[in-house]
Design a protein. Sequence first.
Length: 339
Amino acid sequence: MEITLTSPLDMHLHVRDGEMMRLVAPLSAQYFAGAVIMPNLVPPVVDEQSLRAYAARVKNAADDASFLPLMTLFFRNYSESDLRVAKTIPGFFAVKLYPAGVTTNSDMGVQSLRTAEPTLRSMEELDIPLLVHGESHGFVMDREAEFLPAYRYLAEQFPKLRICMEHITTAAAAHVLDEYENLSATITLHHLEFTLDDVLGTAMKPHLFCKPIAKREEDREALLQLALSAHPRVMFGSDSAPHPQHRKECYDCSAGVFSAPVALAGLAKIFARHRALDKLQAFVCDNACRLYGLHPPTKTVLLRDTPLHVPMQYCSYGQSVVPLYAGEQIPWSASIVRE
Ligand code: DOR
Ligand code: ZN
């Protein structure tokens, strides 16, 4: 069995910086025609200068003319003129909002949505998409559910703002998505695959630990339902978030699943198992292109049911990072069709 995808996009990707970026960016650029690049560096990407410089470094590290980095600014209170300038920067795509302290490198995030209102109003006027890490500071399993009223508030107060609920993990979030036309959502591969039982139920799997944490089986099923039915406002976003191996296999493991190199093969496995391969193109490209008016470079990817042996780790430039499915054989693999 095989299927061809045109210009797959990863609508939520961490490529980091420096040596780590040199290692991981080409692994995304290999099969994806573009990706939304997260701004949670240390310090975060918060102004024209750092955005331009980071965009150039990402382009350079990806080293692929048919890979479009869609750059984001880290949310802070921006003036309207800051945002007007951002819109002129080639590759600028959106602003990413993190509640302060909810995840990796988010300390400079938002303390209160009320104080963010003027910036959100300007974004709405200038038609700049808002991407949201939707978690509270509550009990770990309840954090996404506790944030849902904030999504409702944003969707109602800013009806023209295009708001993306990033990496949703619950059936409750899927319901809120359907309440408002100006909400969209991304879903990761790992949240389609795993529940908290896989992360903790047998042995503790640090490489599956991420934020938001994987939830219950009924949540995973609700996410599958959205992806497999090609819900028109749902897009693939890997949230591939590499950390050095020693930062995952340690006492205080960092949150993040490094899925970029196996993302399309993993999705093919899931969509094939559910006889929904015909819906994959919408999930990995068409919905995003329609929602945001994107025109990614042409890249043709062949997915075939020949097994892929996933390496135990990827090592170069003095970095070592462990991918999702490390050491396993998965039943599908990806290759590029050269025109
Ligand atoms: O697991 C995660 N890792 N979730 C996030 O929101 C951030 C990411 C990271 O940057 O490592
Ligand atoms: Zn992320």
